[in-house]
Design a protein around this ligand. Structure first.
Ligand code: SF4
Length: 431
């Protein structure tokens, strides 16, 4: 039995595709081993969204090739699309497989071990050609509903490495959910590149989620990262369904309308805040997290002050902060007024601090309330670790040592350690 290991960089969509490949290799008779172990095949699912991601991908490729001397190294993911020739010239790499052909990697490896000389492009390309996940490296599983993007934000390389926006047939999505729920998954994360643009026949994202939530079974639905455009004014109503997790990662990117325009984002700061206010009018504890880019070309002190204001006023419980990274082939790369790296670091430090303050404040505001916590792990002390529906990390003494189940937990006290979490008390057995 050949051993295969995986390393995934980047977004939740990449994680989903790795999970699906884990399942396909498992079903094809390969032994899936941890990345730290020696393997006959190593699949590296790369990311190219920033210069740092490229560097991380390169380091991982070199590390994997050295660690598995004599094994085959398959490099896939967005860097395989963005730097194909460079990677194909790297002798440490056996196959470079672009995103479109990622779902046929098992067939490629099978052919390799049969001694056939094959090219990844000779297999069918299907961005939705993945199996329902039965083997996963995670407790919750993602469901890919969409791929590609037509927005062309000026800083973003994704449209050129993931292609045009395409939506997966809704029936396929529903069947995928039925199967992963049958496989025991309790939390489904809806993912894609720009899922707000989902459209299949008469179904837009809102209508499709309603269909997903109607499916039988003890599971909840979480939406992964979203752009603030593409959904209708009633989107908040979808979250009133008991299966829906009241948390949204909505990418704001900047608090300055001047910078949003230069980024070619399709909203203003006030229309963005309107979305948050509408959601919170109907669900005051609704949890918003976000992405912010600092140091975009032309970002003045005043523009940054606007971003700081929004980072505070929006009460994001977590902010992923990115220093603007020049990407060849994007329009922003040709803009003047590029911001110095030193200023980018200073500004990202400011946002990082605000994010930490917001996080503790949001956690404090939830003390005394209850969460349905999905238990992801149990430590040696018998403490259960998991997330509540509001995407809060909670730890509590476990009564029966079972993983992958929901427990009703009362939130007791915030632990303001390096990685803050909330101490809770299991209410499942209390009257
Ligand atoms: S919406 Fe913009 S940032 Fe998001 S993937 Fe598309 S082009 Fe990139």
């Amino acid at each position: 039995m050949k051993k295969v290991s995986f390393k995934t960089l980047g977004c939740r969509l990449n994680q989903y595709e790795t999970d699906a490949l884990v399942t396909q290799f498992h079903q094809a008779g390969y032994q899936v081993v941890d990345y730290s172990k020696h393997a006959d095949i190593t699949v590296i699912n790369t990311c190219t969204v920033t210069n740092q991601s490229d560097q991380k991908s390169r380091n991982t490729i070199n590390h994997a090739a050295r660690k598995n001397a004599g094994g085959i190294v398959v490099v896939t993911g967005c860097m395989a699309n963005n730097h194909k020739e460079q990677l194909e010239a790297n002798e440490l790499i056996t196959y470079v497989v672009d995103n479109e052909h990622k779902s046929s990697i098992v067939s490629l490896v099978d052919a390799h071990f049969k001694g056939e000389v094959v090219h990844p492009q000779s297999f069918p390309g299907d961005v939705f050609g993945f199996e329902a996940v039965d083997q996963s490296l995670h407790t919750r599983t993602s469901i890919k509903v969409q791929d590609g993007c037509d927005n062309f934000c000026t800083y973003c390389i994704v449209p050129s490495v993931r292609g045009r926006a395409v939506s997966r047939p809704l029936e396929e999505v529903l069947e995928n959910i039925r199967r992963v729920v049958d496989n025991g998954f309790k939390e489904i994360v809806i993912t894609g590149v720009n899922i707000g643009r989902y459209e299949y026949g008469q179904y837009n994202l809102e209508r499709s989620i309603e269909k997903m939530a109607e499916l039988p079974g003890d599971f909840r639905i979480r939406i992964s990262s979203m752009e603030p455009d593409g959904f209708g004014p009633d989107f908040h109503k979808v979250f009133q369904h008991p299966k829906m997790a009241p948390h949204l990662h909505l990418c704001s990117q900047s608090g300055s309308d001047k910078i949003l325009k230069l980024m070619r984002r399709m909203y203003t700061t006030s229309s963005f805040m309107e979305i948050l206010n509408t959601f919170r009018k109907h669900s005051p504890d609704f949890n918003f997290t976000t992405d912010i880019i600092v140091g975009f070309p032309g970002e003045s002190k005043e523009d940054f002050a606007e971003t700081v204001r929004i980072a505070r006023e929006a009460h994001f419980s977590h902010i992923h902060t990115f220093r603007y990274s020049r990407r060849k082939g994007t329009r922003a790369d040709r803009l003047e007024d590029q911001v110095a790296e030193k200023i980018k670091s200073e500004r990202s430090e400011v946002i990082r601090k605000i994010s930490e303050e917001n996080r503790i404040r949001y956690m404090q505001s939830m003390i005394g309330k209850e969460q349905q916590v999905l238990i992801e792990k149990l430590d040696r002390k018998g403490t259960a670790h998991g997330y509540g529906e509001h995407y809060l990390p909670v730890q509590f003494p476990s009564s029966d040592g079972t993983r992958n189940i929901f427990r009703k937990v009362k939130l007791k006290k915030v632990e303001t350690s390096e990685t803050p979490f909330i101490h809770g008390l299991d209410q499942s057995f209390s009257p």
